[in-house]
Design a protein around this ligand. Structure first.
Ligand SMILES: C[S@@+](CC[C@H](N)C(=O)[O-])C[C@H]1O[C@@H](n2cnc3c(N)ncnc32)[C@H](O)[C@@H]1O
Ligand SMILES: [Zn+2]
Length: 393
């Protein structure tokens, strides 16, 4: 069918997808061309979709029943189609979008991949579509909210469309508010204060997780983060949704604040947001939150994602698998991470390779692992003072 705009076929995962052909001869940056295209398709977000495939495969292996999936902002349809093709026993994918061109193209793509029988296409606002499914028997095993910018206005309807023990996934691309460039917007959208500084991307994930935990608790339900990460200027969070006031209370107890000294990099978690001066250098500490202080991933779920990735040839060597491995290694470490160069700078020593830094920290008896947020990021149980000594000595 003629879409009314030029298309080209791309391959992603097990899917063949028609996407708008970008006119690169104009010399405009690719990102601008993508944002002006009649239907959204961003090849960089393949990693995001790869993680969705792995997460849903784990969920399937846990619940062992035919799955119903909702992608209320589907663009070209690539994500929902990949889930239909790459996750066993997906019986139904409801895909929605406000754009008629997106819905038409997603339909073409569903035909091209021979999954049209499993797909329902809805030209509807995402909140409306998800609310329409908020009744017993209408809910989904998996809801994937992938908007432009913040997912915060879609969380309530996403939750009522997710069945008990189901999975919800959120993407947020509004990194400026989440990382402290626009703190008022962060407070409005996420209900917490961001923290500018070396570990702002982890704070961003914790703000999003905190919002989800609180919004879910209102419905006497718990949203437990099972996998989450930062990459390519977005954050992504997967959470399991389990009914129960006590479960919700237990999660709320893991909400709190992070206090951070921008001068000497000292940081700690706190249950209060009282302003205070740094015990190491006397400077005024910044306070971020309220936010989620619990684990950002669940060991069993993440190990399951890795196992699932080994079953799919096209995941070999992928960025998604590296991410999942790194996130698994970070489980159990304290909140926040350090950038090696910043420690070296405050210790007034020459910077060193990540391997060398890790070797020194380990041989001083501390736990340490690379953190996925940055090539130079490490998580450790050593304090900033201990790190200065170990790396400087
Ligand atoms: C980031 S794109 C989604 C990309 C897609 N999930 C993927 O993996 O390629 C966001 C999509 O949401 C659609 N959209 C924006 N606001 C919406 C709303 N309120 N309801 C439904 N769709 C909406 C846009 O038309 C766009 O196609
Ligand atoms: Zn200090």
């Amino acid at each position: 069918m003629n879409q009314g705009f030029p298309t080209e076929e791309v391959k992603e995962g097990a899917a063949r997808i028609l996407v708008p052909r970008l006119d690169k001869s104009t010399g405009e940056p690719v990102q601008r061309l993508q944002s002006q295209a009649p239907v959204f398709y961003n090849p960089v977000q393949k990693t995001n979709r790869d993680t969705a495939v792995l997460a849903l495969r784990v969920h399937q292996s846990n619940v062992k029943r035919p799955l119903r999936v909702c992608e209320p902002m589907c663009g070209s349809g690539v994500r929902g189609i990949r889930l239909a093709l790459e996750v066993p026993e997906v019986e139904r994918v409801v895909m929605g979008d406000l754009s008629p061109s997106a819905i038409a193209l997603a339909g073409e793509n569903a035909k091209l991949n021979e999954v049209i029988g499993k797909v329902n296409l809805r030209l509807l606002d995402a909140n409306l579509l998800m609310s329409l499914h908020g009744y017993p028997g209408g809910r989904f095993d998996y809801v994937d909210i992938d908007p432009y910018g913040s997912p915060s206005t879609f969380i309530d309807s996403g939750l009522i469309a997710t069945r008990n023990h189901g999975l919800i996934a959120l993407t947020a691309t509004d990194m400026a508010p989440l990382c402290g460039v626009n703190p008022k917007a962060c407070l409005r959208k996420y209900g917490g204060k961001p923290l500018q500084g070396e570990f702002c991307h982890e704070v961003a994930l914790r703000l999003l997780a905190g919002l989800l935990v609180r919004q879910t608790a209102i419905q006497e339900t718990a949203a437990t983060p099972v996998f989450s990460y930062y990459a390519d200027h977005y954050i992504r969070l997967y959470a399991r949704v389990d009914k129960g006031a006590k479960r919700a209370d237990a999660l709320l107890e893991q909400m709190g604040f992070i206090k951070f000294c921008p001068e000497c990099l000292h940081r700690f978690t706190s249950m209060d947001n009282k302003p205070e001066n740094c015990i190491l250098c006397g400077s005024q500490m910044r306070v971020g939150g309220p936010l989620w202080l619990g684990e950002l991933a669940e060991e069993g779920f993440v190990s399951g994602m890795l196992e699932e990735s080994y079953k799919l040839d096209h995941f070999a060597g992928s960025k998604a698998v590296n991410l999942v491995e790194s996130v698994r290694d970070e489980i159990g470490f304290p909140v926040s991470f350090f950038i090696i160069d910043n420690i070296c700078s405050i210790a007034k020593i020459k910077s060193m390779s990540t391997e060398e830094a890790i070797k020194r920290i380990k041989s001083a008896g501390f736990r340490v692992t690379m953190a996925h947020y940055d090539d130079r990021a490490i998580k450790t149980d050593a304090s900033v003072k201990e790190l200065e000594k170990v790396l400087g000595g």
